[in-house]
Design a binder for this molecule. Structure first.
Ligand code: PGA
Length: 250
């Protein structure tokens, strides 16, 4: 189980430090539940210093696929590793939608993340009209297989998938536990088909308006192995409550 907070483009450095301090102060590691926070890039270093050896891991929200070079404004995997990142979110729907990231881009980013010893959290999920027209599985299949093209994973902890239906992100509308489980089970079969037995142990997170009041029901589904939390991760008490729901199920 993994509970990861995606802070998106929120928090200045002092604000990020304060939120991280609040999260750390209420946190105690529990076997079977990993916790990560993904602040904006300029705060990674400072947040990493706050989490220290608390057991909470730090992740980035994006990475460039190239090693280094003339890519003004971009951040490389080596840079992220050098500030202590364990995870990198790749292919978030906001990156796909606002920055035109394709499945090939997501694949290249995931490969580079793995090459640098970090764990990609690969995000997939359909838009509302795709679900309503019965294409949700086709969309998610293409995204999962596109992201994993040519990737091999020796250990299930080396890769994380996040299913985030776009219609549930930041909207307050959550997939029902049944809808989430159905898609997670579908993704599970794709992972096993593409990666072999290791796919059965890969964490598949649900994301999209996961909150303290719905976390337990979502996390109790067999193939829902954690959450990628946006809005609720910006409030230490809400984030702690979601972690507590995961701990209860661990
Ligand atoms: P949300 O965001 O929890 O605010 O819906 C989730 C995400 O985009 O990762």
């Amino acid at each position: 189980m993994l509970i990861a907070g995606n802070w998106k483009m929120n928090k200045t450095r002092p604000e990020a430090v304060a939120l991280a301090e609040e999260i750390v102060s209420g946190y105690g590691p529990v076997a079977g539940v990993d916790v990560a926070i993904c602040p904006p890039a300029p705060c990674l270093d400072a947040v990493g210093a706050v989490v220290g050896n608390s057991g909470i891991k730090v992740g980035a929200q994006n990475v460039h696929a190239a090693e280094a070079g003339a890519y003004t404004g971009e951040v490389s995997a080596g840079m992220l590793r050098s500030v202590g990142c364990r995870y990198v979110i790749v292919g978030h729907s906001e990156r796909r939608q606002y920055f035109g990231e394709s499945d090939a881009d997501v694949n290249a980013k995931a490969r580079r993340t793995i090459e640098y010893g970090m764990v990609p959290i690969v995000c997939v999920g359909e838009h509302l009209e795709q679900r309503e027209s019965g294409k949700a599985e086709d969309v998610v299949r293409a995204q999962v297989l596109g992201a994993l093209d040519g990737i091999t994973v020796g250990d299930p902890t080396g890769l994380v998938i996040a299913y985030e239906p776009v219609w549930a992100i930041g909207t307050g509308v959550t997939a029902s536990p049944g809808q989430a489980q159905e898609m997670h089970a579908f993704i599970r079969q794709l992972l096993i088909g593409s990666l072999g037995d290791v796919g059965s142990g890969i964490d598949i997170l649900y994301g999209g308006s996961m909150k303290p009041n719905n976390a337990s029901e979502l996390l109790s589904q067999g193939d829902v192995n954690g959450g990628l939390i946006g809005g609720a991760s910006l409030d230490a008490a809400s984030f702690a409550a979601i972690i507590a729901a995961a701990v209860d199920l661990a």
